[in-house]
Design a protein around this ligand. Structure first.
Ligand SMILES: [Zn+2]
Length: 202
Protein backbone atom coordinates (compact mmCIF):
# COMPACT_ATOMS: atom_id res chain seq x y z
CA UNK A 1 0.00 0.00 0.00
CA UNK A 2 1.14 3.52 -0.78
CA UNK A 3 -0.18 6.67 0.88
CA UNK A 4 0.33 10.04 -0.76
CA UNK A 5 -0.64 13.19 1.08
CA UNK A 6 -1.46 16.26 -0.98
CA UNK A 7 -2.24 19.44 0.98
CA UNK A 8 -4.91 21.08 -1.17
CA UNK A 9 -7.36 23.94 -1.16
CA UNK A 10 -7.58 27.30 0.58
CA UNK A 11 -6.55 26.01 3.99
CA UNK A 12 -4.25 23.18 2.96
CA UNK A 13 -6.51 20.23 3.70
CA UNK A 14 -4.68 16.91 3.67
CA UNK A 15 -6.08 14.94 0.75
CA UNK A 16 -4.86 11.35 0.55
CA UNK A 17 -4.42 8.98 -2.35
CA UNK A 18 -4.17 5.42 -1.02
CA UNK A 19 -3.25 2.76 -3.54
CA UNK A 20 -2.48 -0.95 -3.67
CA UNK A 21 0.22 -2.68 -5.72
CA UNK A 22 -2.16 -3.20 -8.64
CA UNK A 23 -2.84 0.54 -8.86
CA UNK A 24 -6.35 0.54 -7.41
CA UNK A 25 -6.79 3.73 -5.44
CA UNK A 26 -9.06 5.47 -2.98
CA UNK A 27 -9.04 9.22 -2.50
CA UNK A 28 -9.73 10.43 1.02
CA UNK A 29 -11.23 13.95 1.01
CA UNK A 30 -10.39 16.43 -1.74
CA UNK A 31 -10.43 20.19 -1.97
CA UNK A 32 -9.16 22.96 -4.17
CA UNK A 33 -7.41 22.68 -7.50
CA UNK A 34 -7.27 18.93 -8.21
CA UNK A 35 -4.46 19.13 -10.78
CA UNK A 36 -1.64 18.09 -8.39
CA UNK A 37 -3.72 15.02 -7.53
CA UNK A 38 -4.43 14.27 -11.20
CA UNK A 39 -0.73 14.59 -11.91
CA UNK A 40 0.21 12.17 -9.12
CA UNK A 41 -2.46 9.67 -10.24
CA UNK A 42 -1.37 9.68 -13.88
CA UNK A 43 2.32 9.65 -12.99
CA UNK A 44 1.76 6.44 -10.99
CA UNK A 45 -0.80 4.94 -13.35
CA UNK A 46 -3.44 4.65 -10.65
CA UNK A 47 -7.12 3.83 -11.06
CA UNK A 48 -9.14 5.71 -8.43
CA UNK A 49 -12.51 4.06 -7.84
CA UNK A 50 -13.68 5.67 -4.60
CA UNK A 51 -13.71 9.05 -2.87
CA UNK A 52 -14.05 8.40 0.85
CA UNK A 53 -15.24 11.49 2.72
CA UNK A 54 -14.43 11.84 6.41
CA UNK A 55 -17.06 14.59 6.65
CA UNK A 56 -18.84 17.23 4.62
CA UNK A 57 -17.09 20.52 5.38
CA UNK A 58 -16.34 22.70 2.35
CA UNK A 59 -12.58 22.22 2.69
CA UNK A 60 -12.94 18.42 2.37
CA UNK A 61 -15.39 18.30 -0.53
CA UNK A 62 -14.31 21.18 -2.79
CA UNK A 63 -12.78 18.98 -5.49
CA UNK A 64 -15.23 16.06 -5.30
CA UNK A 65 -17.14 17.12 -8.42
CA UNK A 66 -13.97 17.53 -10.51
CA UNK A 67 -12.42 14.26 -9.30
CA UNK A 68 -15.65 12.36 -9.86
CA UNK A 69 -15.94 13.75 -13.38
CA UNK A 70 -12.36 12.80 -14.13
CA UNK A 71 -12.46 9.20 -12.90
CA UNK A 72 -16.11 8.28 -12.33
CA UNK A 73 -15.36 7.52 -8.69
CA UNK A 74 -18.03 6.44 -6.27
CA UNK A 75 -18.46 9.00 -3.48
CA UNK A 76 -18.82 7.48 -0.01
CA UNK A 77 -19.81 9.33 3.19
CA UNK A 78 -21.36 8.71 6.59
CA UNK A 79 -25.12 8.31 6.63
CA UNK A 80 -25.47 10.92 9.38
CA UNK A 81 -23.55 13.51 7.36
CA UNK A 82 -26.29 14.12 4.79
CA UNK A 83 -27.35 17.46 6.27
CA UNK A 84 -23.79 18.84 6.24
CA UNK A 85 -23.12 17.56 2.73
CA UNK A 86 -26.28 18.99 1.23
CA UNK A 87 -26.66 22.30 3.10
CA UNK A 88 -24.16 25.02 2.08
CA UNK A 89 -24.68 26.80 5.41
CA UNK A 90 -23.99 23.62 7.40
CA UNK A 91 -20.87 22.77 5.37
CA UNK A 92 -19.75 26.42 5.57
CA UNK A 93 -19.24 26.75 1.81
CA UNK A 94 -21.48 29.82 1.55
CA UNK A 95 -19.04 31.63 3.85
CA UNK A 96 -15.99 30.36 1.99
CA UNK A 97 -16.12 31.08 -1.69
CA UNK A 98 -19.46 29.78 -2.92
CA UNK A 99 -22.33 27.44 -2.11
CA UNK A 100 -21.43 23.80 -2.60
CA UNK A 101 -23.18 20.50 -1.98
CA UNK A 102 -22.30 16.84 -2.51
CA UNK A 103 -24.73 13.97 -2.79
CA UNK A 104 -22.81 10.74 -2.10
CA UNK A 105 -23.38 7.56 -4.09
CA UNK A 106 -23.13 5.41 -1.00
CA UNK A 107 -23.77 6.06 2.68
CA UNK A 108 -21.92 4.01 5.27
CA UNK A 109 -22.39 3.32 8.97
CA UNK A 110 -20.19 2.30 11.85
CA UNK A 111 -18.63 -1.12 11.26
CA UNK A 112 -19.15 -1.11 7.49
CA UNK A 113 -16.22 -1.83 5.25
CA UNK A 114 -15.39 -0.56 1.78
CA UNK A 115 -13.31 -2.71 -0.53
CA UNK A 116 -11.02 -0.92 -2.96
CA UNK A 117 -8.90 -3.37 -4.97
CA UNK A 118 -6.97 -5.38 -2.39
CA UNK A 119 -7.67 -2.86 0.35
CA UNK A 120 -10.46 -2.96 2.90
CA UNK A 121 -11.31 0.25 4.76
CA UNK A 122 -13.24 -0.11 8.01
CA UNK A 123 -15.67 2.64 8.96
CA UNK A 124 -15.51 4.02 12.50
CA UNK A 125 -18.29 6.46 13.34
CA UNK A 126 -16.69 9.37 15.22
CA UNK A 127 -19.22 12.22 15.44
CA UNK A 128 -18.59 15.52 17.19
CA UNK A 129 -16.68 17.73 14.77
CA UNK A 130 -19.79 17.23 12.62
CA UNK A 131 -22.73 14.96 13.34
CA UNK A 132 -21.68 12.38 10.74
CA UNK A 133 -17.87 12.49 10.90
CA UNK A 134 -16.08 9.22 10.23
CA UNK A 135 -12.63 7.75 10.50
CA UNK A 136 -11.46 5.14 8.02
CA UNK A 137 -9.21 2.38 9.30
CA UNK A 138 -7.04 0.37 6.97
CA UNK A 139 -4.63 -2.15 8.50
CA UNK A 140 -2.54 -0.09 10.94
CA UNK A 141 -3.53 3.33 9.65
CA UNK A 142 -6.37 5.66 10.63
CA UNK A 143 -7.56 8.49 8.42
CA UNK A 144 -9.01 10.68 11.12
CA UNK A 145 -10.44 13.64 9.21
CA UNK A 146 -11.01 16.56 11.57
CA UNK A 147 -11.74 14.36 14.58
CA UNK A 148 -8.15 13.84 15.74
CA UNK A 149 -5.11 16.01 14.99
CA UNK A 150 -1.56 15.82 16.26
CA UNK A 151 -1.86 17.23 19.79
CA UNK A 152 -5.36 18.49 19.21
CA UNK A 153 -8.81 17.75 17.84
CA UNK A 154 -11.36 19.30 15.53
CA UNK A 155 -13.42 22.34 16.48
CA UNK A 156 -17.03 21.86 17.47
CA UNK A 157 -18.39 25.39 17.09
CA UNK A 158 -19.53 24.91 13.48
CA UNK A 159 -23.01 23.61 12.55
CA UNK A 160 -23.79 20.13 13.96
CA UNK A 161 -20.57 20.14 16.03
CA UNK A 162 -20.77 19.03 19.65
CA UNK A 163 -18.02 19.07 22.26
CA UNK A 164 -19.10 16.20 24.50
CA UNK A 165 -19.74 14.06 21.42
CA UNK A 166 -16.24 14.57 20.01
CA UNK A 167 -14.77 13.74 23.42
CA UNK A 168 -16.63 10.41 23.34
CA UNK A 169 -15.32 9.78 19.82
CA UNK A 170 -11.75 10.56 20.90
CA UNK A 171 -12.16 8.16 23.83
CA UNK A 172 -13.31 5.52 21.37
CA UNK A 173 -10.18 6.07 19.29
CA UNK A 174 -8.01 6.04 22.42
CA UNK A 175 -9.46 2.69 23.47
CA UNK A 176 -8.76 0.92 20.17
CA UNK A 177 -6.36 -1.95 20.81
CA UNK A 178 -2.82 -1.63 19.47
CA UNK A 179 -1.14 1.23 17.71
CA UNK A 180 -1.90 3.00 14.47
CA UNK A 181 -0.41 5.67 12.29
CA UNK A 182 -2.87 8.56 12.23
CA UNK A 183 -3.34 10.63 9.07
CA UNK A 184 -5.43 13.68 9.96
CA UNK A 185 -7.35 16.12 7.80
CA UNK A 186 -4.94 18.93 8.69
CA UNK A 187 -1.36 19.04 9.93
CA UNK A 188 1.26 16.33 10.30
CA UNK A 189 0.69 12.62 10.77
CA UNK A 190 1.14 11.08 14.19
CA UNK A 191 0.50 7.79 15.98
CA UNK A 192 -2.31 6.76 18.26
CA UNK A 193 0.29 5.85 20.90
CA UNK A 194 1.71 9.37 20.91
CA UNK A 195 -1.75 10.92 21.08
CA UNK A 196 -2.87 8.60 23.89
CA UNK A 197 0.03 9.78 26.01
CA UNK A 198 0.21 13.47 25.07
CA UNK A 199 -3.03 14.74 23.54
CA UNK A 200 -4.96 16.62 26.27
CA UNK A 201 -8.29 15.88 24.56
CA UNK A 202 -7.83 12.13 24.71
ZN1 LIG B 1 -14.01 19.98 9.17
Amino acid sequence: MKIKVLPMGSIGTNCYVVSDDAGNAAIIDCDGDPRPMFFYISEHNLKPTHILLTHGHYDHIGAVKAVKEQYGCKVVAGKDEIRVLTDPAANCSIFSGGAMTVLPDEFVSDGDSITVGEMKFQVLFTPGHTEGSLCYIFEDTIFSGDTLFQGSCGRTDLPTGDWSTILSSLKRLRDLPGDYTVYPGHGPSTTLGIERSSNPFM
